[in-house]
Design a protein around this ligand. Structure first.
Ligand code: ZN
Length: 249
């Protein structure tokens, strides 16, 4: 093991760049997979369902109210007619034929009023049920809104924390990248793109830390022959292999 077998300082610096990139990728992943995001989407979905149910129930209440008014008007008309008939009966002096007709009408009107009042009662029960359902839905919406609001606050706090950490590390990352030779940086970027975010890996105890494959004898011999400035890449994963004192060369 001699100093000759170590990678150049620029290549060693790639490891700092890689650490910064890995950190940034982890933060981006954490940001996009925050449990709050899924929880908010779930509340939004339920909120939309509750909203539709509220609209449906309000429409139903409006229909019931219309039906109730119609029945009330009809009951009122029947009552008025019956009262008028009763009055005519009280006044008296009607021919026998008219009297029979009037009595028949009064009976019919009473039956009709009874039927209408039963219908009205039923409609009022429906209204009560619909009002109860609406109150429950509105309360559900309130709970969902408040849960969503809490989740959004929590999400935004984590976003702020992640963004601050990422912004700080990005500055460091850019400073490191600016130090590096352009061709080395370009090679690293290409390897990182193909290597799932990892472009440079340490050669540790003859093993590529990128893909965990141990280098063969001939590969090791070739790595040992390489000068410090020469860029060595893993034959298996094509990542830049950085040689350190722990490489086992
Ligand atoms: Zn490898």
């Amino acid at each position: 093991m001699t100093a000759d077998t170590l990678s150049s300082p620029a290549q060693l610096r790639l490891l700092d760049l890689q650490a910064a990139d890995t950190f940034l990728a982890q933060q981006a992943h954490r940001r996009s997979t925050l449990p709050e995001i899924a929880a908010i989407a779930e509340r939004d979905e339920r909120g939309a369902t509750v909203h539709n149910a509220i609209v449906d129930t309000e429409t139903r209440i409006s229909d019931i109210a219309g039906e109730q008014r119609r029945l009330e008007n009809e009951v009122e008309a029947v009552r008025t007619r019956a009262a008028r008939d009763e009055q005519r009966l009280q006044v008296g002096g009607l021919p026998a034929k008219d009297l029979t007709g009037l009595q028949h009408e009064i009976t019919t009107l009473a039956r009709r009023q009874s039927t209408l009042e039963d219908e009205l009662l039923e409609v009022m029960e429906q209204r009560e049920e619909a009002d109860t359902a609406l109150a429950q839905l509105v309360s559900q919406r309130h709970v969902l809104d408040s849960e969503r609001s809490e989740l959004a606050t929590s999400r935004d706090a984590v976003f702020a924390e992640i963004d601050a950490a990422a912004a700080e590390r990005s500055i460091e990352r850019d400073a490191i990248a600016a130090e590096l030779p352009e061709d080395l940086l370009a090679l690293y970027e290409r390897a990182r793109e193909h290597g799932g975010g990892v472009g440079a890996a340490v050669l540790r105890q003859r093993r590529c830390e990128g893909c965990r494959i141990e280098l063969s004898g001939s590969e090791l011999a070739s790595v040992r022959r390489a000068g410090p400035d020469e860029v060595v890449r893993c034959d298996n994963c094509r990542r830049v292999l950085v040689r350190t004192a722990e490489s086992g060369l």
